[in-house]
Design a protein around this ligand. Structure first.
Ligand SMILES: Nc1ncnc2c1ncn2[C@@H]1O[C@H](COP(=O)(O)OP(=O)(O)O)[C@@H](O)[C@H]1O
Ligand SMILES: [Mg+2]
Length: 246
């Protein structure tokens, strides 16, 4: 159930092989995805979430092949993502941004349809998400007016409104203060404790090692290691391509 299986996935952009035969499985864990800039981490999320078609290979979720599924269908299956470059609807309030998430599994253009979701039931659910993500005080603020740390939480809040079982978080801690990053880690642990599976892309090693139960390491499109944080930290290949450079 709710297992994500990535099978021999490659993605070619012209002459550039952004992903090369990547395979792994994950279920019910906080899985870290690390690797240098340009390693292919976001591309992997784009393939899993249906924003890009793989050149080769397949992704299965919950026993189903996602081949040819468009992003909104994948969200409807319970697999949601956030973006490294946050994409709030800037001219909507925080509440409306979260409400737009409810339309996402059904509609491809959530902004055009989110008003249908302005019901007492969805508002109550959205208010719970705002409380969980510590956004209640910003409920009626326009998204574009918020500092980046708050926009990153909103990104997660909107994904949660699609009622996912599985969350892909693309560098949710980027640009956060140490204090904000610690509350983010706490939020991710809470989501996991409530039954969500999570893959989190992270640049800060200490953050990833502390938060994740298992870690995948991508370098130049190849999965060069996977394992427990302690094993990753002492893996020589990982130290060479990643840790050693930092
Ligand atoms: N849509 C695209 N078209 C062409 N090249 C791309 C595209 N998306 C990513 N790339 C390239 O693929 C490589 C991997 O990028 P990306 O997945 O964003 O890396 P990461 O998220 O690990 O920093 C980079 O060299 C990047 O320039
Ligand atoms: Mg990226």
């Amino acid at each position: 159930m709710r297992k994500l299986i990535v099978q021999h996935v490659s993605k070619q952009f012209g002459g550039l092989r952004a992903l090369n035969d990547v395979s792994f499985e994950t279920e019910n864990e906080i899985l870290g995805l690390i690797g240098p800039n340009g390693a292919g981490k976001t591309t992997l999320f784009n393939v899993i979430s249906g924003f890009l078609k793989p050149t080769a290979g397949e992704v299965h979720y919950n026993g189903q092949s996602l081949h040819r599924y468009r992003p909104h269908r994948i969200v409807a299956l319970g697999l949601a993502r956030t973006f490294q470059i946050v994409k709030p609807f800037g001219d909507l309030t925080v509440l409306d941004n979260v409400l737009s998430g409810y339309g996402m599994p059904l509609y491809r253009r959530p902004k055009a349809f989110f008003r249908r979701y302005h019901t007492p039931v969805t508002e109550r659910a959205a208010d719970e998400i705002l409380a969980l993500t510590d956004l209640t005080e910003y409920r009626d603020a326009l998204a574009e007016s918020l500092p980046i740390g708050v926009q990153r939480r909103l990104e997660i809040a909107r994904a949660l409104a699609t009622q996912p079982d599985f969350l892909l978080l693309d560098e949710p801690a980027a640009g956060l203060t140490a204090h904000e990053a610690e509350s983010l880690a706490e939020l991710i642990r809470t989501l996991h404790a409530r039954g969500k599976s999570i893959i989190v892309i992270e640049h800060n090693m200490a953050f990833a090692m502390n938060l994740c139960q298992r870690i995948l390491v991508l370098a130049q499109g190849e999965l060069i290691a996977q394992g427990a944080p302690a094993d990753i930290q002492s893996n020589e290949q990982v130290i060479n391509v990643y840790l050693g450079k930092r």
